[in-house]
Design a protein around this ligand. Structure first.
Ligand code: ADP
Ligand code: MG
Length: 257
């Protein structure tokens, strides 16, 4: 498991009132999965993603990321976890307007061990992967909405995170571009072994993923649905070897799945 939550609660105090944004959420996500979390507005989707991304602490319960209970990690160290283990993608792209596309992708690598040349090389590879090799020098306002989101995806992957968290990534895109973005995210889980969690209130986008979960009033419903990407479960996320249903270890590279 790359990500688990145990009995996660999040309450907010609002005026004198307590808002229960999340209640007893138990979640398990395997490496290389493409999971969508569906739910109406106000059901707790963003709150859950913020907990998973260590942007906020739960009121009770655990968030276990790559084997580590991050609710026990002091704030100072959380910054490093966010930077190295998590990639974020937002509805509004959140690119820095005064930097070029390639500089936006390089940004999360600043202050890491990579040299300037290595950072540029990695950023170029990532832009190529999202189909924007030719657009690296453009500032965000010169790019279409779909292109900006692809830059944001490249940026999210810069430090090779264990998990990519996307909050309504297609919310500001037209339907066709939205599908392209979701399929690109799906391809990352197949080709790069990335784990992607996508929050959306759009059931058509959700059905493009592998596994659909449902939040309602802060509770994760017991029902789950399979999306169209489900067949890809038959590939090892590390080496791409075809797998039998429910294999625990990859027969080629030996890694635990
Ligand atoms: P969603 O992303 O599914 O639309 P949210 O996670 O944003 O839902 O919100 C879930 C619930 O928690 C809502 O009732 C919302 O008003 C409440 N909430 C979220 N953030 C805060 C906050 N910082 N303070 C108070 N209430 C909040
Ligand atoms: Mg939200």
């Amino acid at each position: 498991m790359v990500l688990e939550t145990e009995k996660l609660d999040k309450f907010f105090k609002l005026g004198g009132r307590e808002v229960r944004a999340l209640s007893d959420v138990n979640l398990q996500v395997k490496r290389g999965e493409f999971v969508s979390i569906m739910g109406p507005s106000g059901s707790g989707k963003t709150t859950l993603l913020n907990m998973l991304g260590c942007l906020d602490k739960p009121t009770h319960g655990k968030v276990i990321l790559d084997g580590e209970d991050v609710t026990k990690v002091p704030e100072k160290k959380l910054y490093e976890i966010r930077r190295h283990k998590i990639g974020f993608i937002f509805q509004s792209f959140n690119l820095l307007p005064y930097l070029s596309a390639i500089e936006n992708v390089e940004l999360p690598m600043e202050g890491t061990k990579k040299s300037k040349d290595e950072r540029r090389k990695r950023a170029n590879e990532l832009l190529k992967m999202v189909g924007l090799s030719e657009r690296g020098e453009h500032r965000p306002h010169r790019l279409s909405a779909g292109e900006q989101q692809r830059v944001a995806i490249a940026r999210a992957l810069a430090n090779n995170p264990a998990i990519v968290l996307a909050d309504e990534p297609t919310g500001n895109l037209d339907k066709k571009t939205g599908y392209e973005i979701v399929r690109l995210l799906g391809r990352l889980t197949v080709d790069q072994g990335a784990t992607v969690m996508m929050v959306t209130h759009d059931s058509q986008m959700a059905s493009e993923t592998e596994r659909m979960l449902f939040l309602s009033d802060g509770k994760l419903l017991a029902k789950e649905k399979e999306g169209i990407l489900v067949e890809k479960k038959t590939k090892c996320p590390y080496c791409g070897r075809k797998l039998a249903e429910d294999s625990e270890y990859c027969p080629r590279c030996g890694k635990k799945l």
